[in-house]
Design a protein around this ligand. Structure first.
Ligand code: GTP
Ligand code: MG
Length: 198
């Protein structure tokens, strides 16, 4: 599954260029700059598969990645919330990603990425409510855990876990990750492997 054979399959700016829904998909959602593209790269062990950058608004399409050894798409998404891009563009991404998250038949799980320094924001709650309403299973991953102390990480993990209680479609376990240090990726790979297996 994590054989470093992942390749870019297709990018879809709207919902009109999606690949056929013929296999399970795992999508990575979150606010702009939270570390979605970096996390996908760290997950598959390929530094340059998904394009990451310090400028919020880097990923501008739904990007689908495949591996010949896996019957699965990994989907990198544009960020929601603040992005350094024109307003009408951001509005279009938001519309696209919301429709995709709520309506994609083959979505196996959505990972909702949250910056460990900031915790859940109102816009994350909105996205989670959308997923609750569509009965799409999702799990929260804290990102950039290397940027805060252990104590702060424990606190934000506990607070985030507590907030999930009011979200019926949320998987209760919050994973803390760092794409820089590799923290949390053993657990994350196990979660993904189990999902595919099931
Ligand atoms: P958009 O595509 O713009 O929505 O952003 P994104 O969520 O894909 O974020 P991206 O992966 O491009 O990362 C944004 C910035 O955060 C980059 O400068 C990354 O190097 C940095 N970053 C991502 N993950 C980590 C991490 O775990 N630790 C640290 N220290 N920096 C990270
Ligand atoms: Mg990105």
């Amino acid at each position: 599954l994590f054989t470093r054979a992942w390749t870019f399959s297709r990018g879809s700016p709207g919902l009109d260029h999606l690949p056929p829904d013929d296999r399970p998909e795992i999508a990575f959602a979150g606010r702009s700059n939270v570390g979605k593209s970096s996390l996908i790269n760290a997950l598959v062990g390929q530094r340059t598969l998904a394009r990451a950058s310090n400028t919020p608004g880097r990923t501008q399409e739904l990007n689908f990645f495949t591996d010949p050894n896996a019957d699965l798409y990994l989907v990198d998404m544009p960020g929601y919330g603040f992005a350094e891009a024109p307003k009408d563009k951001v509005a279009a991404w938001n519309k696209t990603l919301r429709s995709f998250l709520a309506g994609r038949r083959t979505l196996l799980r959505v990972f909702v990425l949250v910056d460990a320094r900031h915790g859940l924001k109102p816009v994350d709650d909105e996205i989670m409510a959308l997923l609750d309403g569509a009965a799409v299973s999702y799990q929260v991953l804290l990102t950039k855990a290397d940027k805060i102390s252990r104590t702060d990480l424990e606190r934000v993990t506990a607070n985030t876990t507590k907030s999930l209680a009011k979200h019926p479609a949320a998987y209760p376990r919050v994973l803390a990750t760092s794409s820089e240090t590799g923290m949390g990726f053993e657990d994350l790979r196990a979660v993904v492997a189990k999902l595919i297996d099931a």
